[in-house]
Design a binder for this molecule. Structure first.
Ligand SMILES: Nc1ncnc2c1ncn2[C@@H]1O[C@H](COP(=O)(O)OP(=O)(O)OP(=O)(O)O)[C@@H](O)[C@H]1O
Ligand SMILES: [Mg+2]
Length: 412
């Protein structure tokens, strides 16, 4: 088989494995000690979610109309965002009185480990949203109650141009429902598969937004823990929206749970050391590499995770031809197993990455204000167009006649 054909086959395998096997790890067995997470129990204040405007929903965020000042100190901007975040975090929205009956359920957008995400339209309107449907039974069986509680609470508290957030939530006898703005441009994963790899300018455009999003999350004391192109959506303007807060968590210090996606796991997670925000910068390094190369740096054809984990811990990887020297330098300095050398994790925090020569000339505030032209605009015919998403077999939701796990989900 000619080399290029083997190469194509190799890449098809990677994508097929990642897409269909959903090789996600969430081992509670690996929890070594209680974490220092400050997750208070849900308050039962019945705050009704307000509906975002159709334009905001189409672009996938509540924040699209806010402008950030080019002259402000960025630390001050982050501090202000933190005050707002904490207000929302400490005033948790309970499930609304509304429910599935208020929406037309249209099409599956994606499937995940515990449920499915579907396009919905509010009845008698043209307002579309994405609905994440989580099975109570699966959450309990896989001991994911705390992760799901984190997901809901964080999703309703974050507000940043490159993050998806929550419009409202409700529950019924069998499921938990999280309503989010529908981001109609599809997953970065699909775009990368179609493009094979991104040119450096395109990778830089997305990478800068993801770096800002991680910096924001960390400033809120959140670790994200599941960065990968499947969780990065592209909006109508060609900008990034990160979804899936299933493993996101508020931390004060360190945490121990083995969770994430194997190819994106940092060595300190694999080695069951306590870990912190450094793991997100590691996965950011993997993402930069994957965007520019079309595959991840520690990829192995073996389906045995131990082979992959050994490679990650050894930390040896090679760059394909065509990788620019500045990008190489940045990725090398992020993918350090040694935490005292990993960019993002040093005294200067995210600034070591944002001020790296590869990002030279990046208009950071311009990006946050959606003022920078995007390298790619998804072709969508309207706010409910799902053509950028894979096609899935549609299955009807079977809601039990009796309410399941009442106690476990009392606070949702
Ligand atoms: N707001 C949204 N707009 C459009 N599509 C979305 C949205 N949120 C999620 N999706 C789609 O649904 C898929 C699954 O969602 P999500 O990642 O939140 O579920 P998950 O169960 O945590 O998945 P996994 O276990 O694979 O990480 C996403 O990869 C994406 O394709
Ligand atoms: Mg996901």
């Amino acid at each position: 088989m000619p080399r290029w054909e083997r190469w194509e086959q190799f890449k098809r395998q990677i994508f097929a494995r990642r897409r269909h096997a959903k090789p996600k790890i969430m081992s509670e067995a690996a929890v070594k000690s209680t974490t220092t997470t400050v997750v208070k129990s849900f308050a039962s204040t019945n705050v009704k979610a307000s509906s975002p405007s159709a334009a905001q929903a189409a672009s996938g965020s509540r924040t699209t109309t806010k402008k950030f000042s080019h002259t402000s100190d960025y630390k001050q901007i982050l501090n202000r965002l933190k005050v707002d975040f904490e207000k929302r975090y400490n005033n948790v929205k309970a499930s609304t009185d509304g429910g599935l009956q208020d929406y037309d359920v249209l099409k599956t957008l994606g499937t995940g480990a515990f449920g499915v995400v579907k396009l919905i339209r509010k009845k008698n309107t043209e307002e579309y949203s994405a609905l994440k449907i989580l099975s109570k039974e699966k959450i309990v069986r896989h001991k994911q109650l705390q992760h799901t509680a984190n997901e809901k609470r964080i999703l309703q508290s974050v507000e940043f141009p490159f993050l998806v957030n929550m419009e409202c939530c409700f529950k019924d006898n069998s499921f938990i429902y999280l309503v989010m703005p529908f981001v109609c441009g599809g997953e970065m994963f699909a775009l990368l598969r179609k493009s094979k790899r991104f040119g450096e300018e395109q990778a830089k455009f997305y990478g800068a937004q993801v770096a800002l999003a991680i910096e924001y999350l960390h400033h809120m004391n959140l670790i994200y823990r599941d960065l990968k192109p499947e969780n990065i959506l592209i909006d109508t303007k060609g900008y990034v929206k990160i979804t899936d807060f299933g493993f996101c968590k508020l931390i004060r210090d360190r945490t121990w749970t083995l969770c994430g996606t194997p190819e994106y796991l940092a060595p300190e997670i694999i080695q069951s050391k306590g870990y912190g925000k450094s793991v997100d910068w590691w996965s950011f390094g993997i993402l930069l590499y994957e965007m520019a190369a079309g595959y991840t740096p520690f990829y192995t054809s073996s389906s045995d995770h131990m082979v992959l984990f050994e490679k990650i811990c050894k930390g040896k990887f090679r760059f394909p031809a065509g990788f620019g020297s500045d990008l190489k330098h940045l990725v090398q300095n992020i993918l350090h197993a040694d935490l005292t050398r990993r960019f993002g994790n040093l005294k200067n925090g995210a600034n070591d990455i944002k001020q790296h020569v590869w990002f030279r000339g990046t208009n950071w505030i311009g990006l946050m204000n959606v003022e920078v032209p995007a390298p790619f605009i998804p072709k969508v015919s309207g706010p409910g167009d799902t053509s950028q998403f894979d096609v899935y077999d549609e299955q009807d939701l079977k809601v039990a006649s009796k309410c399941m796990f009442i106690k476990e989900f009392a606070d949702f």
